[in-house]
Design a protein around this ligand. Structure first.
Ligand code: FES
Length: 116
């Protein structure tokens, strides 16, 4: 190393670049990207949509009516062990998730159009 140059020293405790990237939720309507924001663990899809300036329709906010139904295009939104009244196996097979109770895990893409 020549005089005047400084070596880049990385702290062993410093997060790696890959650890500094937060998971992202993206909201689409078909091929059109409506918005995206960082995933806040524990928050619902509806709460993330509001943070992105997108209003998803809701009614019961408890997984019963299906008003908030969206399509999971990519990623993981875990389902409860017992499906709520607003979902059935067919809808889940088509990618349906309920925005009021679905909590994204990691990067996810959500189509705000219902699956059917
Ligand atoms: S608002 Fe009724 S199921 Fe989500």
């Amino acid at each position: 190393m020549s005089a005047g140059t400084k070596a880049l020293v990385l702290d062993d405790d410093a997060p790696s670049l890959s650890n500094t990237t937060s998971p992202v939720i993206r909201f689409l309507k078909g091929a059109h990207l409506l918005g995206q924001c960082a995933v806040n663990p524990g928050e619902t899809i509806v709460e993330h949509a509001e943070a992105c300036g997108i209003r998803l329709p809701t009614n019961c906010t408890s997984g019963t009516c299906g008003t908030c139904m969206v399509s999971l295009i990519l990623g993981e939104v875990p389902l409860p062990e017992e499906l709520p009244p607003g979902l059935d196996d067919f809808l889940v097979g088509e990618g349906a998730r309920l925005g009021c109770i679905g909590r994204p895990r990691g990067d996810v893409d959500i189509d705000i159009r219902p699956p059917i």
